[in-house]
Design a protein around this ligand. Structure first.
Ligand code: ATP
Ligand code: SF4
Ligand code: MG
Length: 348
C-alpha cells in the first residue's frame, strides 16, 4: 500500500521562480525547500508578497510569463515508487498536463477563474473526469453527481444543468472543490480557498478536505493567512518571507516552540489562540513594511524589521535553514551555535 511509504509526495529543493522585468529582477521565490507528505497537511503562512502563490503555481508549472522557474527541483511521486522532477518538465508539455488535474489538483480563492462561464457545471465535471479516466460517460455522470453531493450541493442531479453564474459564491467554491477532488488527486494545493467564505461554509469545506484526505491519503498544501485555520488543520507548517522558507516544523513546533524572529512576530500579531475575541480587538501589525521586491535587503531578508538583527552579520550574510530539533528548521544566525559569541555580545 502506498500509504505506508515514507517518501514525500512532493519534495521541493532550492526552488527559485524569478520575474525578469525591465525595472529589475523580482525574486518571487528564492530558494524554497519543503516537503508534502502522504495523508498530511502542510500549511504555508507568511505576509502578502512572501511568494506563497508563486511557489504553488511553480509546482504546477503555471507561473505566467515573464515569471520562470529558474532553479531547483520539485520531485513528485504519486505512488512512492516512480518519481518525476516537475522542474524539468516543459510547462506546455503532455506530462505536466497529465499531472495537473489528475495527480495534483489546485483550488484558488476565486472559483470563477477555474470554472468556464459558458459551460454547465455538469459538462465541466464530466469532461474533466473523462479526460483522466477511461470510463463510460454514464459512469462519469454518476461520479459527478456523487462529487457534488459530497461537497454539500443540494439536489446535485438537478444542478448538473446550472451555469456557474447561477450559483452563489459559496456554491461555486464547492463546485470547484468537487472538480478538484473528483479525480482523487494524490495531492491538493489549496491557495486560500476559504478566505472569501462565511465561517460555516469555511468549516464545512475544511472538514470535507480532511475527510477525503483520510480516505485517500491525499497530501495537502494549504496556503492561508489565518493562523486559526493553521492550528486546526496543519500537521506541518512552513513560514515564508520574501520568497524563502524561514522556518518549518510540526504545527506544535511552530505554535509552541517558534524560533525565527519572523515567526515570533507573526504569532504575536494575532490574538492568543483560544482567547475570546472581544469587540474592537485589533490584530497588531508586524513592525515595519515588507520591502519592495526590487529592494531586497542584503543578508537576511528579514533584517530590516528584525529586533534581534546583528549589524555586520545579519545585513551581510544570508542564513540558511538549519535543523534545530527533529524536522524543525529555521534560518536565523541568532539560532546558529556558530554565532553564539555575537549573540552573547549583543545581550551583554
Ligand atoms: N506577474 C507578476 N509580475 C511581477 N511580479 C510578480 C507577478 N506576480 C507576482 N509577482 C511578485 O511575486 C512576489 C510574490 O507574490 P505572491 O503572489 O506569490 O505572494 P503571496 O505570498 O501569494 O501574497 P498574498 O498573500 O497577497 O497572496 C510579489 O513580490 C509579487 O510582487
Ligand atoms: S538572521 Fe538576523 S536579521 Fe535574520 S531573523 Fe535572525 S536575527 Fe533577525
Ligand atoms: Mg497569494
Amino acid at each position: 500500500m502506498t500509504q505506508s511509504i515514507d517518501q514525500p509526495i512532493l519534495s521541493v529543493r532550492g526552488l527559485k521562480t524569478h520575474f525578469d522585468l525591465r525595472e529589475g529582477l523580482i525574486k518571487a521565490v528564492d530558494g524554497v525547500d519543503l516537503d508534502v507528505k502522504r495523508g498530511k497537511t502542510l500549511c504555508i503562512v507568511g505576509e502578502s508578497g512572501s511568494g506563497k502563490s508563486m511557489m504553488a503555481k511553480s509546482v504546477l508549472q503555471i507561473v505566467g510569463g515573464p515569471g520562470r522557474v529558474v532553479a531547483g527541483s520539485m520531485v513528485f511521486s504519486r505512488d512512492g515508487i516512480k518519481s518525476v522532477d516537475i522542474a524539468g518538465l516543459d510547462p506546455k508539455g503532455k506530462e505536466i498536463r497529465a499531472i495537473r488535474g489528475r495527480d495534483i489538483a489546485m483550488i484558488f480563492q476565486e472559483p470563477m477563474n477555474s470554472l468556464s462561464p459558458v459551460h454547465t457545471i455538469g459538462d465541466q465535471l464530466v469532461e474533466k473526469i473523462l479526460l483522466h479516466h477511461r470510463i463510460a460517460p454514464r459512469q462519469a455522470i454518476e461520479r459527478t453527481v456523487d462529487a457534488l453531493d459530497r461537497v454539500g450541493i443540494p439536489d446535485p442531479r438537478r444542478r448538473l444543468a446550472s451555469y456557474p453564474f447561477e450559483l452563489s459564491g459559496g456554491m461555486r467554491q464547492r463546485v470547484m472543490i468537487a472538480m478538484a477532488l473528483a479525480c482523487r488527486p494524490a495531492m491538493l494545493i489549496a491557495d486560500e480557498p476559504t478566505t472569501a467564505l462565511d465561517v460555516t461554509t469555511q468549516a464545512n469545506i475544511l472538514e470535507l478536505i480532511k475527510e477525503l484526505q483520510q480516505e485517500t491519503s491525499m497530501g495537502v498544501m494549504f496556503i492561508t493567512h489565518d493562523l486559526g485555520v493553521v492550528a486546526e488543520i496543519a500537521d506541518e507548517v512552513a513560514v515564508m518571507y520574501l520568497g524563502r522558507v524561514v522556518e518549518r516544523g510540526s504545527v506544535d513546533d511552530i505554535f509552541y516552540r517558534p524560533q525565527h524572529p519572523y515567526t515570533l512576530a507573526l504569532l504575536d500579531s494575532i490574538p492568543k489562540l483560544g482567547a475570546r475575541h472581544t469587540a474592537g480587538q485589533r490584530l497588531k501589525a508586524i513592525e515595519g513594511m515588507v520591502p519592495h521586491p526590487l529592494n531586497r535587503p542584503e543578508g537576511c531578508p528579514f533584517n530590516t524589521r528584525c529586533r534581534e538583527a546583528a549589524a555586520g552579520l545579519c545585513d551581510r550574510i544570508e542564513p540558511s535553514l538549519r535543523e534545530l530539533g527533529p524536522a524543525h528548521l529555521a534560518a536565523c544566525h541568532m539560532r546558529d551555535p556558530q554565532y553564539a559569541g555575537v549573540k552573547a555580545r549583543m545581550e551583554a
